[in-house]
Design a protein around this ligand. Structure first.
Ligand code: SGN
Ligand code: CA
Length: 522
């Protein structure tokens, strides 16, 4: 009798959700590349006053800003694969940039599309196989280019477009929104290349931070003492590894005979792509600044410290100017939703594939499980469900996005998915979802960051480097900049044992491979 009652109830529910199907929320996922939380003003970091991001902040004001959002593997392709599959890298098979995404596996796009969502992805993709289960896609080949970029088309052709990549990606997203079937809910991934290396801003933003004071991070001159012995051999220092022409926008033909200490020379691929008018704009901005720098350098005004400071300022200004166009894009999309009556029933998310070093520890790039690159921004607006100005503290990870989207769309999550829906934390910002996160980084080459595997709780972090057999442990409350490894310290003993136990349990839970399975070949 009772059983019959439940079956009837279930059937009624199924019918109701089909009817309500038309009401299912749209999901607008705006995603950028290498955008650190410290470069989003809503996160309140040290750059917030110098370079505000009003449009991204608007999402946070009208919705939620997750304070503890992390990636599973701090690198581009792997992060995207985690998002699509809801699984850690060793399960979705995309462990390193350069792998090919196995598009035959389950993805969230497949479920959404099958259930009647219109799906599209525009912009950076970086998975080396074509998107599957997207009704529409138009993606950048590989890393893509900033100026006059090429986009891969669904018919296999490549088309070049005049303009700036962030603006073009937004134009294409808007075009798709205009052309979609308005009767169906949509899932749109609008994925920017910016502010990824080579940190090339929209021309209209060049110089927009001139005269603005940009503070240096405390650890710009980190000496890497008290942590893994691998840190000094990483190749991501602003001091020793930023390249003059490629990263710092000082071309060989502007050096006026000066020999600058340099790591490598990758040339000026973005400058080479520009048309004459674009180059004129670029040169009007950088030319006089470069001339002054070279003259001062010749006059002996740059000691080592000053040179690093100059590089940091040049880098951070370009990076933050790139962010401005991303923020403009968010603003355009929010306005589009407002003007088309879509704001109420569209969930808007802003995130980025991983964080980035903005001079912290003297670095650029990412990869490490240290906070700056481990953290992913995650701001989300869902009118009626999320209280405005929410600041959830739950530990979330990119493997959670797929099950979250499924719950938003009223769909079941396949058992193989390892992440969990964050919807409970959207409804209640003090809701916790887990007590610890697992992290795994498998890359081999560029920037010389070694493989490492770890666990993070609300207050601590523990990770292991198989190549050097080193454990690193940090007290995130008392040492938020992670300057001192406390592994093995007597006072850390109890917490250390607990972290080891959580780490082992998570590796078991996620069926993590042995360290040897993907170790670099000697
Ligand atoms: C490129 C960059 C690296 C960067 C990787 C990964 N070099 O190879 O600096 O770490 O991408 O970035 S570049 O000369 O091509 O700019 S990721 O975000 O795509 O994972
Ligand atoms: Ca990236």
């Amino acid at each position: 009798m009772m059983k019959q009652f439940y079956i009837t109830l279930l059937m009624a529910f199924a019918v109701a959700s089909t009817v309500a199907g038309q009401e299912r929320p749209n999901i607008l996922f705006i995603f950028s590349d290498d955008h650190a939380v410290n470069a989003i003003s809503a996160y309140g970091g040290p750059l917030a006053d110098a370079a505000p991001t009003p449009n991204i902040d608007r999402i946070a004001t009208e919705g939620a800003l997750f304070q503890n959002s992390f990636c599973a593997n701090s690198i581009c392709g792997p992060s995207r694969a985690c998002i699509l599959t809801g699984k850690h890298s060793h399960k979705n098979g995309f462990l390193r940039n350069g792998n090919g995404f196995d598009a035959s596996q389950w993805t969230v796009a497949k479920s959404l599309q099958k259930s009647g969502y219109q799906t599209a992805v525009i912009g950076k993709w970086h998975l080396n196989t074509n998107p599957v289960a997207f009704d529409h896609w138009e993606i950048l080949p590989g890393q893509g280019s900033y100026y006059n970029p090429v986009f891969l088309q669904m018919d296999g052709s490549k088309k070049q477009f005049e303009g700036y990549v962030t603006d073009l990606t937004t134009d294409k997203a808007v075009d798709w929104l205009n052309s979609r079937d308005a009767k169906k809910p949509f899932f749109l991934m609008c994925q920017h290349k910016a502010p990824h290396r080579t940190f090339a801003p929209a021309l209209r933003h060049l110089g927009s931070l001139d005269g603005v004071e940009i503070p240096e991070p405390d650890s710009l001159f980190d000496d890497y003492a008290t942590r893994s012995k691998t840190l000094p051999t990483n190749e991501m220092e602003i001091d020793r590894h930023m390249t003059w022409a490629y990263d710092l926008k000082l071309r060989d033909d502007e050096l006026d005979g000066v020999q600058l200490p340099s790591f490598r020379n990758y040339g000026t691929p973005e400058y080479n792509r520009m048309n004459p008018a674009q180059r004129e704009h670029w040169d009007a901005h950088f030319g006089p600044k470069n001339q002054k720098f070279i003259a001062d350098y010749k006059a002996g005004k740059y000691d080592h410290k000053k040179l690093v400071q100059w590089k940091y300022q040049r880098y951070i200004r370009n990076y933050l100017e790139c962010v401005k166009a991303v923020d403009d894009s968010v603003g355009r999309l929010l306005t589009y939703l407002d003007e088309n009556g879509l704001a109420k029933n569209t969930i808007v998310i802003y995130s980025s594939d991983q964080g980035f070093y903005l001079g912290e520890h003297g670095w650029f790039d990412k990869r490490w499980m240290f906070e700056e690159s481990f953290k992913m921004p995650f701001v989300i607006r869902w009118p009626g469900t999320i209280e405005p100005n929410s600041r959830p503290t739950a530990l979330i990870q990119n493997i959670d996005y797929a099950p979250t989207f499924l719950e938003m769309a009223g769909l079941d999550t396949p058992a193989e998915v390892q992440g969990q829906s964050i919807v409970p934390a959207l409804k209640n910002s003090s809701q916790q979802l887990r007590d610890a996160l697992y992290y795994a980084y498998y890359e081999l080459g560029e920037h010389a960051v070694p493989q490492h595997f770890g666990v993070r709780t609300q207050m601590h972090k523990l990770f292991y480097l198989p190549e050097t057999n080193e454990w690193q442990m940090f007290d995130l409350v008392n040492d938020p900049q992670e300057m001192t490894n406390i592994y093995g310290q007597p006072s850390a003993k109890a917490v250390q044992a607990k972290l080891h136990a959580r780490y082992d349990a998570l590796r078991k839970q996620y069926d993590a491979p042995t360290y040897e399975a993907y170790a670099p070949r000697k």
